[in-house]
Design a protein around this ligand. Sequence first.
Ligand code: COA
Length: 316
Amino acid sequence: MKIIGTGSALPEKTVTNDDLAAFLDTSDEWIRPRTGIRSRRVISREKLDALAASAAQAALADAGLDASGVDFILCSNVCGEYMTPGLSCIIQGLIGASCPSLDINAACAGFVYALYTANAFMAASGYDRILIVCAEENSRLVDWADRSTCVLFGDAAAAAVVERSAGKPFFHLRTSSNLDSLFARYAPGNSPYAPDQPPRAFLSMQGSFVFKQAVSTMCGDIRAVLEKSGVSEAEVDLFLLHQANYRIIKTIIDRMGAPEDRFPHNIGNYGNTSSASVPLLLDELKRAGRINRGDKVVFSAFGAGLTSAACYMEWE
Ligand code: COA
């Protein structure tokens, strides 16, 4: 499998740390040193499905394809306007595709899970090209009165087209079930048979626990996937990590001992955009000419679940 096109789409509205301080007991001085985040994009008048379709169309154009050129659509999404249908079905209609589609929810690790799924589908089904779209409306998931979570997140959509090729990616996936440290809960239904359902919960997080888990899990996943591929840490050109907090990324850099410029980041501008963060970074780097044929690339992400995944591939 190889990635033959990328694209992204962001909401128009930029919200700075100072903008948040206007209605929350927080400050740029608190947020920036602890997270690296300066601003984030937040959906206001746009719709997530339209952003997702724009990102998909940009990735198709980058791959030199139209919607008829893909055999399957995989969408990674935690939260949007609709519970059902899945966002992948809405994207299919908006871009004018006719292939089947499927949603996955592996939280912030969703892009790497989608790469894994696409690779497996190609092997199992004969599909030649799969469109992956990661689209996240975190502004709908967080409590805007909770300064410990809402300052960390942003909204975004990013996409990649993958194609069957001789290149062999390596994966390492894991789930360590943990409900308390990171979760959000639907509003209760009105079933007369289940009167005691708990109330809706916006995103709730045990920040310092999640921080430590993210560092140790991502370091372990990266080492595991490199061991499978037979490539050493020193040989890797780019580590594209989930953009949750620059301090998490910096701690991983220090533990891995690799040069800092091999861990590009854009968290400062977008905050944590969940599963969209890795393909958004990938699209920026690709457009800036920072990824070249033959580069050894590692993707690694971590999220609610707790899920995590790493992928190694040589850039074709
Ligand atoms: N502004 C000001 N104060 C804030 C704040 C904010 N936005 N958010 C929390 N605080 C306060 C808390 O109320 C607490 O105050 P208290 O000590 O009086 O109770 C204090 O700051 C906590 O500060 P600290 O312990 O220094 O926070 P931290 O260094 O652990 O940083 C996070 C908090 C959330 C930035 C950090 O734990 C983190 O990034 N965790 C990982 C989160 C993540 O990436 N999740 C997604 C994974 S996919």
